[in-house]
Design a protein around this ligand. Structure first.
Ligand code: PLP
Length: 392
């Protein structure tokens, strides 16, 4: 079906199974830790992931979600995990061995940063080079003969920087390394990293894929041989698997992700344009704005939908920034992103993450996840807060 149908149809029907027991249209939740094992002498692969034996190796709601994600992204296979971080370690642990070298995006999610700055080098003897992956030549200069993984985020969290996935995939493959792309900021709709040459596509499903802010989850997508390794090593033996209930919730959220991403993208562009024109604003980065440093690249990669994530800062001192957050009525100060409601988080200038970001971010900034409220109402909320802070 996937070959001929449009993305919204695939999101509704792709990967869905028929319930032949009762004819239920919706997938039941299989709350079981065990499955019956054949007693007729059929060989049993006790620790494998290809048959239903024990819910850590494979469970039905997990499989349904994996199939739906494959249908949506065109991936051959998928492994789902209990969180985005579990999905990330589900890539880093299987594909990096002691003595290997990895090239990592300077701008990346804080757990990824800490894993590569501290735990993976100190505990597992992994050599790491951090690079500005929006600068393809910096990535080329960073690879070594023992580089086994290049990992980047596009758009990067929190700056929204865009890396050239196609060019970096070629660099990775030239030294026999894999390219993994954390595309959480783009959702599974605004960007298709696997089609651009990435070997692994990772999402925190906690964000856009689920979209409703009510469960955590993560996924890794890629070729069958690559994902089989992720399942066997990370799912079965590290064990951070997704529960049947959360798999069911996320599969329900995924059905509307094409429509949500289209609306998030439309509203974020309107909000970004408002911010760019406002005298209250010190800077704004949104991949859909012509002023974004990698706008042309974003245009080539993102098919005119730039997702809902904006980075910006206002003028004024720390007190003004605090007051601005207090004045927002519709938009909540919270750390997550990709939910139906607008969420904003402030990185003050003392944050230990700031040294890794481009110069303009170093005085502090807001990361804004534009929700599904009407764009005019979101803009009114910002405008009112600017006026209350005497920024206009
Ligand atoms: N990757 C990115 C880009 C993220 O923004 C996040 C969380 O904010 C994660 C991974 C981690 O996801 P989770 O919180 O589901 O573990």
């Amino acid at each position: 079906m996937e070959g001929t149908k449009k993305i919204q149809t695939i999101a509704v029907h792709g990967g869905t199974r028929r319930d032949d027991s009762f004819g239920a249209i919706n997938e039941p939740i299989y709350m079981t830790s065990n499955y019956r094992i054949p007693t007729d002498g059929t060989p049993v692969d006790w620790s494998g992931t290809k048959s239903n034996i024990y819910a850590r190796n494979r469970n039905v709601n997990q499989m349904v979600l994996q199939d739906k994600l494959c249908a949506l992204t065109g991936a051959e296979d998928c492994a789902v995990f209990a969180s985005g971080v579990a999905a990330l370690t589900g890539v880093f642990i299987p594909f990096l061995n002691s003595g290997d070298h990895a090239v990592i995006s300077e701008v990346c999610y804080s757990a990824t940063n800490l894993l590569f700055r501290k735990y993976l080098p100190e505990k597992y003897n992994i050599e790491v080079t951090f690079a500005d992956t929006t600068d393809t030549e910096a990535v080329r200069a960073a690879v070594r003969p023992n580089t086994r993984l290049i990992h980047l985020e596009t758009p990067g969290n929190p700056t929204t920087g865009i890396s050239d996935i196609q060019a970096i995939a070629k660099i990775a493959h030239s030294v026999g390394a894999l390219l993994s792309v954390d595309a959480t900021f783009a959702g599974p709709i605004c960007l298709f990293p696997l089609q651009l040459g990435a070997d692994l596509e990772i999402h925190s499903m906690t964000k856009y894929i689920n979209g409703h802010g009510d469960s955590l989850g993560g996924c890794v997508l890629g070729r069958k041989d690559v994902i089989e390794k992720v399942k066997e090593i990370a799912m079965v033996n590290y064990g951070g698997i997704l529960s049947p209930f959360n798999a069911w919730l996320i599969a329900r959220g995924l059905v509307t992700v094409p429509m949500r991403m289209a609306q998030h993208s439309r509203s974020a562009l309107a909000v970004a344009r408002f911010l760019e024109a406002s005298p209250a604003v010190r800077f704004v980065w949104y991949p859909g704005l012509k002023s974004h440093p990698q706008h042309e690249r974003a245009k080539a990669l993102m098919h005119d939908q730039y997702s809902g994530m904006i980075s910006f800062d206002i003028k004024g001192n720390e007190q003004v920034h605090q007051q601005f957050l207090n004045e927002l009525k519709l938009i909540s100060h919270a750390v997550s992103l990709g939910d139906v409601e607008s969420l904003i988080v402030y990185y003050d200038k003392y944050s230990d993450k700031l040294p890794h970001y481009p110069e303009i971010f170093k005085e502090g900034f807001f990361r804004f996840s534009v929700g599904l409220e009407d764009a005019d109402d979101i803009i009114d909320d910002l405008q009112h807060a600017f006026e209350s802070c005497n920024l206009m």
